[in-house]
Design a protein around this ligand. Structure first.
Ligand SMILES: Cc1cc2nc3c(=O)[nH]c(=O)nc-3n(C[C@H](O)[C@H](O)[C@H](O)COP(=O)(O)OP(=O)(O)OC[C@H]3O[C@@H](n4cnc5c(N)ncnc54)[C@H](O)[C@@H]3O)c2cc1C
Length: 1002
């Protein structure tokens, strides 16, 4: 295929984060009186379907029955889901036993719940319940007889999960699936299939190519060398673009157009001549605009090379606030190219993930509706919109909801439109059995038919378990006879409600969450890109030792007045500064890229963290630093009061030149101290602009001074100054020790040190972990920010049972990283901070290259003058103890382990550092036990181990990693304060007036 040029990004769709009710109004209007649509009339035909399904319920082994008995909101349902997700992939018996014992041990399959399906569900559950009795109570137990029993239980549970999975997979390979389809068609000749080759999103090029090959084979098999009479009546194929290309992301659009499109085109070149349907599945919201660009580009080419093919299709998710706009946009593309598309309308499968992403990123709102009924309304509005474009859209309605199906049939009759219904294999068979009994055999029905081995099924299976188990889901309610038919078929149109979830900005309750930026949204990222282009890092003059002395005098003199200013007033200034900083997000991002060479995503996260610090410490000060009355004898009042210590010296690092700088300074200031702030030598401009912002917000010049210069002179002078009453330091362990000694030796007050230093951070992965999730977490934790985070992963300890697979995947994922100019959106990894750092890391890498096995390395594609790049790299070490020091760069060390995971924690503890630890396991009790045994400040289970959020994951370690208390945590401010107990003898003036007057006593 000739390369399709990358189109310039432009927004085709409205802003995704609009007010939910504003989005809903026009949708409701399009379905309201005068539209010709009447829900109550339409759903009458669904009543007998529902009744018939309930009269003949699903068999006891069906997922609906099981999940109705044990919904995912119960421990049992959750245990079932966890086992289904993980058990089949565990390679070693020991761990499989531990996982089964862990999950089944929590559940009460044998009695707690009731319900009409109880008997049937119990049949399948009783096997599990019975076998549970044979399991070892603790994972450590190894008695032979018990183990033999346990192995039988595990084998039975594996079998049960396989049976569950089978319900959703048509065949292990395309041949088996097609044979099954042929068998089903004997009873129902009108069935069509859309085959889906199961697979997780690709992490490596090798995965993506394997997936491509399976699609090529599948399309060839489906086509069978024939030309179908039309894509409507033939079987087709569904395609997940994220599985065909490991970087299917908006930021990588150049590569998407250069590489992914060629792969899809290869499949189109097979599907189009065979005249079958090829539909692109809908994935996460942040890929929506990109997917339309891809679709449009492919359409243009189809128009030239296969102008008569009518089988190209796209799935649309109704839960997106932009769903109707997508339908219109697809129609517009079709018209502009003289094509007709097949459009699958689904409600959407990733609702929970979309909500979480919006909250984590502090987005301006949700890209999806927050009420189920609103999604239903949007679905109907999309149906209406699609029927308005029947000349260019053949609509395919993917739903299991009887009410929605009835509404579609009614609208289709009114529109006189051709269309088809779709269901997932293994779901809603009963409802469609009834629907197809309709006049003329009912509407055409296509079954979405996943094809794959058990290993590939797991993620898909969990989505279906969630779907079937969710209380709001139609299939769940259908199985629950306590939900009456009127409720089940109630009109969604009657509902128009304010969002059901707090907006991402309000999710923290009283404290406002910092506002983030959706970098995939052009309207949001454009100001940032402009600011990066315009950014200049101003020169900041170094302070002389005389200036240091003069500043310390001023700060010392101003300390009393600043403390007397009061907590509330100081907190107010921090909040004002937080708002100002949030408003200047773009400017500070630009400066961070320029001076600290951070990537845009890291910059946004850093500004947000600084804003969070300002707001958090302001709130903390207001609630924690007020005077506290203490109990005592009558005739006496006792009070504990907190005040600033005097002059605090804050010494911050270059790797978080804004967030850590602002956090230290804000904590010291709000506690009532004046502050001498010394930024890292490499990043004074960011610090200088932050100090200016604080001054503008109202912090007096005499309460905060910036002193820039080398640590050995300016830093040392500040620490040794007799007027220094405390030091807050973030940096290396070696410098923290130097400061500690200097403080001990200096004249003047005995000053506390708050030190936050580095760590040899490990991640322990057992064989229940999902390799794809592990690799995502590893790549983010070890290589993002060029490994220049204190929390970054240095040492991956992976169980030998899955080590080969994980190591291969890491090598493949490494090769996909983009290293280069941090100002570019596509860059994943920028340079290390300076030549000195580059030299140190390079020496370490050279030694490893000589001594141990290289796992993989990423290429540095372009050099940028003045920047120092280290290609992210991974090595395998023989044992944990071989890593002796923290390497502050994108270098990962991998060690294999077997046997007892507790021994691994002991070895990690023995390294002496204690900052961050990652644990990847599906054995919940194991995760808790290992976390309890770790002498480590921040433990992250089944996620990456960077990006601690203020007030959510207070950050800081122990041992060689720091003194505590944790930054962004509830104990931090106290360390900046001096305490005073004020005792007043209220009976001094002659007697105890309160006691004698009968006043209440405390
Ligand atoms: C043939 C077929 C193909 C599919 N292809 C895709 C695809 O490409 N991409 C994709 O993402 N999904 C796809 N799906 C999955 C589909 O989105 C879900 O099966 C579907 O959402 C279930 O809808 P329903 O009408 O059957 O059930 P219902 O029970 O009526 O609807 C459930 C749906 O409502 C939505 N919802 C639930 N709670 C809320 C809430 N609080 N606020 C707002 N909305 C909520 C969710 O989308 C949820 O899935 C496909 C489904 C089928 C049948």
């Amino acid at each position: 295929m000739n390369a399709i040029p990358t189109p310039h990004p432009h927004a085709r769709l409205p802003f995704p984060y609009r007010d939910e009710l504003q989005v809903l109004h026009p949708l409701l209007e399009s379905l309201g009186p005068g539209s010709g649509f009447d829900w109550f009339h339409a759903v009458q035909r669904a009543r007998p379907w529902v009744q018939a399904v309930r009269d003949k319920p699903a068999p006891f082994w069906a997922m609906e029955s099981l999940l109705h008995e044990y919904p995912i909101s119960t421990t049992e349902g959750l245990a079932l889901m966890r086992l289904a997700e993980a058990l089949l992939r565990v390679p070693d018996t020991e761990t499989a036993i531990a996982l089964t014992a862990d999950q089944l041990g929590k559940a009460e399959f044998d009695g707690a719940t009731g319900g009409p399906h109880k008997m049937m569900a119990s049949l399948s559950a009783s096997a599990i319940a019975l076998s549970k009795k044979f399991l070892p109570e603790a994972e450590a137990e190894t008695g032979l007889i018990r183990r033999l029993g346990a192995q039988t239980v595990v084998a039975a549970t594996v079998r049960a999960v396989q049976l569950l999975g089978r319900q959703f997979v048509l065949g292990r390979n395309i041949e088996e699936a097609m044979a099954e389809a042929r068998a089903q068609r004997k009873a129902m000749p009108q069935l069509r299939y859309s085959y889906d080759m199961l697979g997780e999103g690709a992490r490596t090029d090798a995965d993506a190519r394997r997936y491509l090959t399976s699609y090529v084979n599948a399309i060839r098999a489906i086509a069978g060398g024939r030309v179908a009479s039309g894509p409507e009546s033939a079987d087709g194929i569904s395609l997940k673009l994220s599985a065909l290309f490991p970087r299917y992301e908006d930021a990588q659009r150049e590569r998407v157009f250069a590489e992914l499109l060629a792969r899809v085109w290869q499949l189109i070149e097979l599907a189009a001549p065979a005249n079958i349907n090829l539909t692109i599945d809908a994935e996460e919201c942040d890929r929506l605009e990109l997917s339309l660009d891809v679709f449009d580009a492919l359409a243009k080419r189809i128009a030239r090379q296969h102008p008569h093919w009518r089988g190209f299709g796209l799935a649309v998710q109704a839960y997106q606030t932009r769903a109707v706009d997508v339908v219109h946009e697809v129609a517009r593309i079709a018209r502009s190219q003289g094509l007709r598309f097949m459009v699958r309308l689904a409600k959407g499968a990733y609702w929970d993930g979309e909500v979480k992403r919006a909250q984590e990123q502090g987005l301006p709102g949700y890209p999806v509706f927050t009420h189920k009924q609103h999604t239903d309304i949007a679905y109907l509005a999309c149906t209406k919109a699609a029927f308005g474009h029947t000349d260019v859209i053949y609509a395919q309605f993917a739903t299991h909801n009887a009410g929605t199906i009835a509404a579609i049939l009614s609208m289709a009759e009114a529109a006189g439109a051709e269309f088809e219904m779709q269901r997932l294999h293994g779901m809603s068979e009963g409802v469609y059995r009834e629907v197809l009994k309709g006049e003329g055999g009912g509407p055409p029905l296509r079954i979405y038919a996943p094809v794959g081995e058990h290993r590939d099924l797991l993620a898909y299976l969990v989505r279906r378990l969630l779907e079937n188990g969710a209380n709001s889901s139609f299939v769940h309610q259908l199985a629950d006879v306590t939900v009456d038919i009127d409720t089940l078929l109630a009109s969604p149109l009657a509902s128009e409600e304010a969002p059901s979830l707090p907006m991402p900005g309000e999710m923290l309750g009283r404290r406002r969450n910092s506002r983030g930026v959706d970098l995939t949204c052009i309207a949001q990222r454009e100001p940032l890109l402009q600011a990066v282009a315009a950014a200049r890092a101003e020169a900041v003059p170094e302070s002389s030792l005389a200036q240091v002395d003069a500043s310390m005098s001023r700060l010392h003199a101003a300390a009393h007045a600043w403390n007397a200013h009061g907590v509330a007033a100081r907190a107010e200034l921090l909040k004002r500064a937080a708002d100002a900083l949030e408003g200047r997000m773009a400017e500070f991002c630009g400066l961070l890229v320029k001076e600290a060479h951070k990537t845009l995503g890291d910059c946004v996260a850093e500004v947000r963290e600084a804003v969070d610090f300002l707001r958090y410490y302001a709130d903390e000060a207001e609630s924690k630093l007020a005077a506290q009355a203490l109990p005592g004898p009558t005739g006496e009042s006792n009070e504990l009061r907190l005040h600033g210590r005097g002059v605090f010296v804050c010494i911050s690092p270059w790797n978080f030149p804004l967030a850590i700088f602002a956090g230290q300074v804000a904590a010291a200031l709000v506690a009532g101290n004046t502050v001498a702030a010394k930024p890292a030598e490499q990043t004074p401009a960011v610090a200088s602009r932050m100090v200016a912002l604080l001054h503008e917000a109202g912090v007096p010049a005499d309460a905060l001074a910036l002193l820039h210069g080398p640590g050995e002179t300016v830093g040392a002078a500040l620490v040794a100054d007799a007027r220094t009453t405390g030091v807050c330091f973030t940096g290396s362990t070696a410098v923290a020790k130097t400061i500690n000694r200097a403080l001990a030796a200096k004249d003047g007050p005995i000053a506390p040190l708050i030190a936050e230093t580095g760590g040899i951070n490990a991640m322990i992965v057992d064989s229940t972990a999902l390799p794809e999730q592990v690799v995502d977490a590893v790549v983010q934790s070890a290589f993002r920010s060029a490994g220049q985070r204190c929390s970054a992963l240095r040492l991956l300890c992976v169980h030998e049972g899955i080590a080969d697979a994980v190591i291969d995947m890491i090598a493949g994922a490494l090769a996909e990283l983009q290293v280069g100019d941090p100002a570019l959106l596509a860059t994943d990894v920028g340079p290390v901070i300076d030549a000195h750092a580059h030299q140190g890391i390079s020496l370490h890498i050279e030694r490893l290259e000589r001594e141990v096995r290289l796992i993989g390395r990423c290429a540095v594609r372009e050099a940028v003058p003045g920047m120092h790049f280290i290609a992210p790299v991974a090595f395998e070490l023989p044992q944990i103890a071989d890593l002796k020091e923290e390497i502050f760069g994108p270098v990962l060390h991998v060690v294999r382990w077997s046997g007892n995971p507790d021994a691994v924690v002991a070895q990690v503890n023995a390294l002496g550092y204690g900052l961050t630890l990652g644990i990847q396991t599906r054995i919940d009790s194991r995760a808790l036990r290992l976390a309890g045994a770790a002498r480590i400040g921040n433990v992250y289970v089944n996620r990456n181990m960077i990006g601690a959020v203020v007030g959510v994951q207070p950050f800081g370690g122990e041992g060689l990693s720091g003194t505590g208390p944790k930054a962004g945590g509830p104990h931090y401010l106290y360390r900046f304060c001096a305490e005073q107990t004020l005792t007043i003898n209220t009976a001094a003036a002659g007697g105890n007036a309160a006691l004698l007057a009968g006043m209440p006593l405390h």
